[in-house]
Each structure stands twice: as structure tokens, then as C-alpha cells.
Design a protein around this ligand. Structure first.
Ligand code: SF4
Ligand code: MG
Length: 336
């Protein structure tokens, strides 16, 4: 398959009282054309920083790309000037965030806002842009789009607003859509509809998608491949079947056991991984997960495990990755 995005050893730092701290540390990810890669992890894992680095919005958040490459169609975005990135973000790569209200301007109608994007990037005149804007609202499943186009964001529900944001993102026909927790702020039923919409549009527009989520259930719905991040690093990466069927990293196993309906749990008593992600300014020695890991060994406290292939197209960063998993399953964790 052809690769659209290849992140190689991305290290993004932020200046803090303790000097430069790395929010992502040698992150490598590959997204093939037409596919969906989900980056999963708790908050503080570096997944949003990874996404913001790709589009270089991280620069505006005080982040510095210290090392690595972000190859988009073979061109390194890490080396681009912001003026070039502005053009790329408006046409080739679109991004949507958790809170649709933050992406919309409260004082303009939604139709005008989409039309403005179309006028700027597609060089349509006002009338053409308005028509296309109504068309886009119809495409994202907004009923009575001619009427809705004349409404302001506050007149719409959160789910409707997120549909407007998606319409805006797609109005430039991007090759890559980056969505950071696009459904987290929405009701569960609306969440499912928005995910379904994203998948449908991805197919229709022949896009590739990088989806950031803390929710393994969401990843299960939409991902072709999943990358699990922990404390700034990728700890496991593979196809959705491999990750759900044969998880190799104890952290991934913990995430899977915390999904309602998985592993026999009915959501009454969900498993939670004890402890919290260490702050990036005070990372532990060795494996970053060791203080929370039910399988921790002496080596784990001393040496950081490398991300190695455990099966075809499946990688894990754990000193036990060859032995934990299929055989031991997660039973050891149960005894903790
Ligand atoms: Fe647990 Fe050790 Fe594997 Fe880290 S390397 S996840 S501490 S077993
Ligand atoms: Mg985030």
C-alpha cells in the first residue's frame, strides 16, 4: 500500500521550569492511503501533541520539534515554514477537534462560515460558495440544510455543530483528516452517528484518517491500525485485529479490560489501571509503565524496552512482549 503519512522518531519538547521536557519521544507511525490509524492513550500520553506536531500547530502552543521527520506524501512537514503549513492545512490536511464550538465563530451563520472557507480556498464567488456550503451541510447529514445554513452555532446542538465543523473541514477536499477526540464531547448515541459519518465521508472523499482517542471502543469501530501511546512513547502498534486479539503490552491489556462489554465485563465493575501516567517532567527510569505494571521485573526498572516486532506488522515495547499476552492473558493482573 502507498503511504501518505510517515512519522519518524518524532520528538516534540516544551520548555518548562525543568528545561526542555519531551511530550513525545521518538514516536514513529505510518498511515497508508485510504486507511484509518487510531492513536489511543490516556490524557497526557502525547497523542494530541503528536497530532498537533503533524500540522505544526504545536508551534503555536509553545512546542518545539526537536528531532524526527513528518513525511506527508514524502515531504517533511517538520522542515516547512508556517506560511507553507498554512496552505497545507487549508487544502491537503484538515483537522477537527473535540469541541466544535471552539472551531466555529459565534457571530456568523454556519453557512457563511463554510462559504468563507470555500471562497478562500476554492476561489468560488459568493453565490457559488453559498450553494456549495448548503450542499456540504446536506452531505454531512444536516436536515433542511437551506434553513440550517442561515442559523448561528448557538442555535444548533453539539452534534449538529460537529457536523458543521466536519463540513468545513471537508470543503477543501483534504487528503488527510486528523480528528482529535471528535466525539468525546457528545452524547453516546450522537457519538456513534458522527463516527459513522466520518467513516462514510472518508470512503466518499478517498481520505486517510488519523484519529486520536482515549476510547478503545471508538478505535475498535473505526481503526484499521492502532497505535497505543503511553507517557510520550508508542508502546504498541498493530492492526485492529492484532491489538484486540493478541495484545502484547500490559498497558494495552489494561485499556482493553476497561472497555464495557469486553472480556466478559458488563460494565458494572470496569477494570481501571491503577496509578496515573507520570508527568513528562519526571519520567521514571527504565520502562515508563513500570510503576503501574502487574508484571514488572527488575530489568524493567533499569532499561527502557525498545519497540520491537512481535508478529508480522505488530510491535510492542515490553521486556515480556514475547511471553505475556496470549498465554498468560490478563489473569495475572486480576490477582493484583
Ligand atoms: Fe511491564 Fe516490564 Fe513490560 Fe514495562 S517492560 S510493561 S514494566 S513487563
Ligand atoms: Mg488530548
Amino acid at each position: 500500500a502507498e503511504t501518505i503519512l510517515e512519522i519518524r522518531n518524532l520528538t516534540t519538547g516544551f520548555l518548562s521550569d525543568q528545561g526542555m521536557v519531551k511530550a513525545t519521544d521518538r514516536v514513529s507511525l505510518t498511515l497508508d492511503k485510504g486507511q484509518t490509524l487510531c492513536v489511543v492513550g490516556e490524557s497526557g500520553s502525547g497523542k494530541s501533541v503528536t497530532a498537533l506536531s503533524v500540522v505544526r500547530l504545536v508551534d503555536y502552543a509553545g512546542g518545539v520539534i526537536m528531532d524526527g521527520q513528518i513525511l506527508f506524501n514524502g515531504e517533511d512537514l517538520a522542515q516547512k515554514r508556517q506560511s507553507e503549513m498554512l496552505r497545507i492545512r487549508g487544502s491537503l490536511i484538515a483537522m477537527i477537534f473535540q469541541d466544535p464550538m471552539s472551531a466555529l465563530n459565534p457571530v456568523f451563520t454556519v453557512g457563511d462560515q463554510i462559504a468563507e472557507v470555500l471562497q478562500a480556498h476554492k476561489h468560488l464567488n459568493r453565490k457559488e460558495a453559498w450553494h456549495k456550503s448548503v450542499e456540504m451541510l446536506r452531505l454531512v447529514g444536516i436536515p433542511a440544510p437551506e434553513i440550517r445554513a442561515k442559523q448561528y452555532p448557538y442555535e444548533m446542538s453539539g452534534g449538529m455543530c460537529q457536523r458543521v465543523v466536519i463540513a468545513m473541514a471537508l470543503s477543501c477536499n483534504p487528503q488527510l483528516l486528523i480528528a482529535d477526540e471528535p466525539t468525546t464531547a457528545l452524547d453516546v448515541t450522537v457519538q456513534a452517528q458522527i463516527l459513522e459519518l466520518l467513516l462514510q465521508l472518508k470512503r466518499e472523499f478517498r481520505m486517510s484518517m488519523l484519529l486520536i482517542t482515549h476510547d478503545m471502543g471508538v478505535a475498535a469501530e473505526v481503526a484499521d491500525r492502532i497505535a497505543v501511546m503511553y507517557a510520550g512513547t508508542v508502546v504498541e502498534e498493530g492492526t485492529v485485529e492484532e491489538i484486540f486479539g493478541h495484545p502484547r503490552h500490559p498497558y494495552t491489556m489494561g485499556l482493553l479490560r476497561s472497555i464495557p462489554g469486553m472480556d466478559g465485563n458488563r460494565g458494572e465493575e470496569l477494570y481501571t489501571i491503577k496509578g496515573a501516567i507520570p508527568p513528562i517532567s519526571r519520567l521514571p527510569s527504565g520502562c515508563r509503565f513500570h510503576s503501574r505494571c502487574p508484571y514488572v521485573m527488575e530489568t524493567c526498572r533499569e532499561k527502557e524496552p525498545p519497540l520491537l516486532e512481535t508478529a508480522a506488522g505488530h510491535k510492542a515495547a515490553c521486556w515480556l512482549s514475547g511471553t505475556v499476552g496470549a498465554t498468560q492473558s490478563a489473569t495475572a493482573a486480576e490477582d493484583q
